[in-house]
Design a protein around this ligand. Structure first.
Ligand code: SAH
Length: 461
């Protein structure tokens, strides 16, 4: 180890920054966040620092650096000038006085170096490459930023708040550790991330009072939208839950690439649906979700696109709500949004469409039941989900109700995936286009003048 990592308590401590520019400002903001009492020594101040000085957040000492400035009770000094000689002088004085010193981007004149930080206070992750390649630390930081939910700070704060109580109720350290392990591996952290901290606090206190976290290890169901199939379009939340689940229920809209990201040892249950070929009837899926959660498992119900758009997600959680099971719903990018962006067809556009309607082409009792007169407005885009089989009928009805036969239409299959397919035709030409292009499901039909923009805006060739 070239440097010893530590976290320094700087509340109300005197710190000196030498320099009045952009870098000095950045360092001042960081030290302020840590509660330090800051003096900035510089003949001039940039705008940002001037503002901090005029609002009393820092003290400005106008002037050039002089070794007389380096004296106790200074805790820490940062040299942020662009004069190497000054940085060196600051370093020498601080070393002589035994005061911690850092010259920005100048390890040779630093007693300490500053890490890249992921701030989820009170949880803080600090990263260092030993002053070698700061960009590397920053890249790693970006990855960790994505990995550590923002709610971790709330969780750490809650743990800190309950620390004294947990010591009192569970004096034995092993018992205490076991208690917290049970809490942290159960559904409560996710509820904190979702903002339910007050209720979680009350539940943990109740459990501490009986010194038993077992009752808190209830199962929960996460109804998660996995987007149109391209793993890059998952939300952070979806990915985190995928990596924690005990069991996953998925159907054929969830792409192979996405299933690859589910925790390796999670149990996988295929409940796939294809038109007229339900692997598991909806009622059985609903009941299975309840049963698995009652067994105390973390159940991930992974759905294509968004769970609340033509996904029957509402029915699944209604059953959970009725059974008193904890659940959470995570939105996904609906396939219409994915197809629109990845085919270069904005669903609304100032010149072509002022509104957009999502409809399903799925039949009930053998008939497509749509409010046809509502769908013929030429300044509205219509996106049909589950419509390929009925597309010829749908286009005939739209024309019969007055939508122009030459209205442009795009059929987008496997939107956002490597095998995305886009077929451009017209309302009158849909039936023929479908037979000649051999479209593979899943596919969406986009109807309206916005489809003209595909020629110009398609970026995925
Ligand atoms: N909840 C999903 C829709 C479920 S209905 C969502 O929000 O996207 C199933 C229909 O969605 C399919 O018949 C098809 O019309 C559409 N669909 C889903 N994924 C698709 C994709 N990658 N490309 C094109 N259409 C898709």
């Amino acid at each position: 180890m070239d440097y010893f990592p530590l976290f320094l308590d700087l509340q109300q401590e005197n710190c000196l920054i030498v320099g009045g520019g952009e870098i000095a400002l950045r360092k001042a903001r960081l030290l302020l966040a840590a509660g330090a009492h800051i003096t900035v020594l510089s003949p001039t101040l940039d705008e940002g620092l001037q503002e901090l000085a005029s609002t009393g957040q820092i003290v400005w000492q106008e002037g050039m650096f002089d070794p007389a400035w380096i004296r106790q009770p200074l805790r820490l000094v940062i040299a942020a000038t662009d004069e190497p000689a000054i940085n060196a002088a600051v370093f020498a004085s601080c070393e002589a006085a035994g005061i911690l010193v850092n010259a920005v981007d100048d390890p040779a004149h630093s007693r300490f170096i500053t890490p890249a930080i992921i701030d989820r206070s009170p949880l803080v992750i600090a990263l260092s490459t030993g002053g070698g390649v700061p960009v590397l630390a920053r890249q790693l930081r970006a990855q960790l930023e994505a990995l550590v939910p923002h709610g971790y700070g709330d969780l750490a704060r809650l743990g800190r708040e309950l620390r004294a109580l947990s010591k009192e109720k569970l004096p034995d350290p092993a018992a205490r550790r076991h208690f917290w392990e049970q809490i942290l591996s159960g559904p409560l952290p996710d509820r904190v991330f979702a903002g339910d901290t007050a209720a979680v606090r009350a539940e943990i206190i109740a459990a501490l009072n009986v010194a038993d976290a077992g009752q808190l290890k209830r199962g929960a169901v996460y109804l998660v939208g996995s987007g149109p199939g391209n793993p890059d379009l998952l939300t952070f939340r979806a990915l985190r839950l995928m990596q924690q689940a005990d069991v996953v229920l998925y159907d054929n809209l969830v792409s192979h690439d996405i299933m690859e990201l589910v925790r390796r040892d999670a149990e996988r249950v295929y409940v796939g649906k294809k038109a007229n070929n339900h692997a598991l009837p909806q009622e059985d899926i609903n009941r299975l979700l309840v049963k698995l959660a009652q067994e105390g498992r973390k159940v991930l119900r992974l759905k294509g696109g968004d769970p609340f758009i033509f996904g029957r997600g509402g029915e699944e959680i209604a059953e959970l709500a009725a059974a008193g099971i904890d659940f959470e719903v995570v939105p996904g990018i609906t396939s219409a949004a994915g197809a629109s962006c990845y085919a270069g067809i904005p669903l609304t556009h100032r010149d072509y469409a002022q509104s957009v309607t999502f409809v399903t082409g799925h039949r009930r009792d053998g008939e497509v039941e749509l409010d046809w007169p509502r769908l013929v407005n030429p300044s509205e885009t219509v996106v049909v989900y589950m419509g390929v089989a009925q597309a010829p009928k749908i286009s005939a009805q739209l024309i019969a109700h007055g939508r122009a036969a030459d209205t442009p239409v795009a059929i987008v299959a496997n939107a956002t995936r490597a095998n995305q397919q886009v077929v451009i035709t017209t309302l009158a030409g849909v039936a023929e286009a479908l037979t000649s292009a051999s479209i593979k499901p899943p596919a969406l039909i986009i109807i309206g003048d916005v489809v003209r923009l595909h020629a110009q805006l398609n970026w995925r060739h």
